[in-house]
Design a protein around this ligand. Structure first.
Ligand code: SAM
Length: 241
């Protein structure tokens, strides 16, 4: 999987790509990430990447030329690639979108700033607009990091032997069960005894029940589309009572 990120603040990505699961996947060559400084494609002595909006109004708008030229400089992967504009007006980014994107060979992410990107970039170059939530951020960089992180976790080999994503929240439409580690008692609260029992079937059942319970309590909306078998439905019926 390859990510190309267009930004005027390339240094913001350094810590995210150096450390943790993503950093390791980059070092191992499973992920290829190229951060492209849009300013390198700006012209004139001041290398300006923004200008005043036509029609007046507050703030500045990102000029189309530097972004267009930066996009043209990107090496296109042989397989499938998608140009994504981070935008509060985009389609909501969630786990199912992350799964769709994880099947691609290359994702090119454009990070806006100021009042956003000249509309012609969206019209001419963008395949998909993605929003990471119904709020307005100062720039698309945090959104690009969110997309890269969530998608990368689904790319085979990225999580390595450390853990699998199979039981993560949203993978089967449910929230994940509660997790515990040592010590067995912390501030008077004990680890549920079933987790210490060594009985794998009981542990599986407990985790499934907790997962359903949490989803029912915190995100009942998810249950509509969750994949539930007969056992799940019976557990849910009891929980609802
Ligand atoms: N004026 C724009 C509007 O009202 O739609 C908002 C521009 S915002 C201040 C600057 C940039 O931040 C956007 O171009 C986009 O790249 C990014 N951004 C802001 N909120 C975002 C969100 N919720 N999801 C993804 N990107 C976002």
């Amino acid at each position: 999987m390859r990510f190309d990120v267009l930004t005027i603040f390339p240094e913001l990505f350094c810590p995210h790509l150096r450390d943790g699961i993503l950093g390791r996947a980059v070092k191992n060559g499973i992920l290829h990430v190229k951060i492209i400084n849009i300013r390198d494609f700006a012209r004139g002595t001041h290398k300006t990447t923004d200008d005043r909006p036509f029609g007046g109004g507050n703030g500045m708008v990102m000029k189309p030329g530097p972004i267009y030229r930066a996009l043209q400089s990107v090496d296109r992967a042989n397989g499938s690639s998608l140009v994504v504009l981070l935008s509060p007006q985009g389609k909501a980014f969630d786990q199912s979108v992350a799964w769709e994107l994880a099947t691609l060979d290359q994702i090119i992410l454009i990070c806006g700033r100021y009042e956003g990107v000249d509309e012609r970039i969206r019209l001419i170059c963008v395949d998909s607009e993605l929003s990471i939530g119904d709020y307005v951020l100062s720039g698309g960089e945090l959104g690009a990091m969110v997309v890269m992180d969530a998608v990368s976790r689904l790319v085979p080999g990225v999580l390595g032997g450390e853990r699998s994503n199979i039981e993560d929240s949203f993978q089967d439409g449910l929230l994940e069960y509660p997790q515990y580690t040592r010590p067995r008692v912390f501030q008077g609260k004990s680890v549920p005894p079933v987790l210490l029992s060594g009985d794998h079937e009981k542990i599986r059942l407990w985790r499934r029940k907790e997962s359903l319970k949490r989803t029912l309590e915190k995100r009942p909306d998810l249950l509509k589309n969750a994949s539930l078998d007969r056992e799940d439905k019976e557990i849910l019926a009891k929980l609802r009572k």
